[in-house]
Design a protein around this ligand. Structure first.
Ligand code: NAP
Length: 297
């Protein structure tokens, strides 16, 4: 019997690559989009879904259950970012709005699907997090906060559900070449104080995203997590994300703190170098020796 997968945000990027990959691997896949009717032909079914709406979530989940009778895998992927800006440059409304999609969207989907998985006594939930779920990102504070929330929720949920046959994993990509940057919403309370750094980080982000991993890298990791007999809680996706996870785990906090500030030139008045965080060289001899010391201590 084919397993049924439901993948949110499958109209582009990581969600589309994941839905395609799962379909190729033999899953019966239902992807979702807020504008399903306008999205062209795909190798999987596309349902209408807005993860910020209780009614929309209920309708999409009920539709899959009506058609297939079960949901074996839920991939919570739908999400968006806010263009580079200081934390105080987003209104409370904007702060709530990014949580509404990136975090409460996952909570809503989980609440709708878990009762069915419990009845089946089997199921997998894979949440698309980010390296910014375990690292800070100045000038993307709200986005990083949503991804940190995803980590805490997923780890707790996995403890609750594992004896009921359901496992939860988080997949943590670094920069990935998708429509993510093009879909950024602008900070809605901009201040002159941050004009320069906003512009320069915006340019750098565009460059870094253009040279980033393809979304298929993340899709392969989702499939790996979905198929594992004993899934891990966390999977990094791509070489850069793997290096950053190692750094977070083994490097002293001070080294990471300094690396981020140096990289973004946050300690100097003017930015001279447009290199963005995570270009910071995790393979430098200083970093390696710091990691080595921590590992052996
Ligand atoms: N790209 C990166 O560098 C990167 C790195 C780490 C993590 N991520 C995470 O990966 C996930 C996918 O992002 P992506 O890079 O593939 O970006 P993307 O190409 O912009 O795709 C985002 C998807 O989310 C959907 N979406 C957005 N808001 C939604 C809502 N309220 N309800 C339902 N669907 C919604 C969009 O669908 P419609 O607009 O068609 O509704 C779209 O399919 C996000 O969670 C993102 O945070 C991305």
């Amino acid at each position: 019997m084919k397993k049924t997968a439901l993948v949110t945000g499958a109209s582009s990027g990581i969600g589309e690559a994941t839905a395609t990959r799962l379909a190729m691997a033999g899953y019966k896949v239902y992807g979702t989009s807020r504008r399903a009717a306008k999205v062209g032909q795909r190798s999987f079914e596309l349902l209408s879904l807005d993860v910020t709406s209780d009614e929309s979530v209920e309708a999409a989940v009920n539709e899959v259950l009506r058609l297939e009778g079960r949901i074996d895998l839920l991939v919570n992927n739908a999400g968006f970012g806010i263009a580079a800006g200081a934390a105080e440059e987003s209104s409370m409304e904007q702060a709530r709005s990014i949580f509404e999609t990136n975090f409460f969207g996952i909570v809503r989907m989980t609440r709708a699907v878990v009762p069915h998985m419990r009845r089946q006594r089997a199921g997998r939930i894979i949440n698309i997090g980010s390296v910014l779920g375990f690292l800070p990102m100045p000038y993307a504070a709200l986005y990083a906060a949503t991804k940190h929330a995803v980590e805490g929720y997923s780890e707790s949920l996995d403890h609750e559900l594992r004896t009921r046959g359901i496992r939860v994993s988080v997949v943590e990509p670094a920069y990935t070449k998708t429509q993510f940057g093009a879909n950024f919403v602008q900070p809605d309370a901009k201040l002159d104080e941050y004009r320069e750094i906003r512009a320069s980080l915006g340019r750098t982000l565009t460059e870094v995203m253009a040279a980033a991993d393809e979304p298929g890298v993340v899709a392969d990791v989702v499939l790996e997590a979905a198929s594992a007999a004993r899934p891990k809680l966390r999977y990094t996706a791509g070489a850069r994300a793997g290096r950053l996870r190692l750094l977070r785990r083994f490097a002293p906090a001070g080294l990471i703190d300094t690396g981020i500030r140096k990289d973004l030139l946050l300690s100097v008045g003017k930015r001279r170098n447009p290199n963005l965080a995570w270009k910071w060289n995790p393979n430098s001899s200083a970093t390696r020796s710091a990691i080595g010391k921590k590992r052996t201590s």
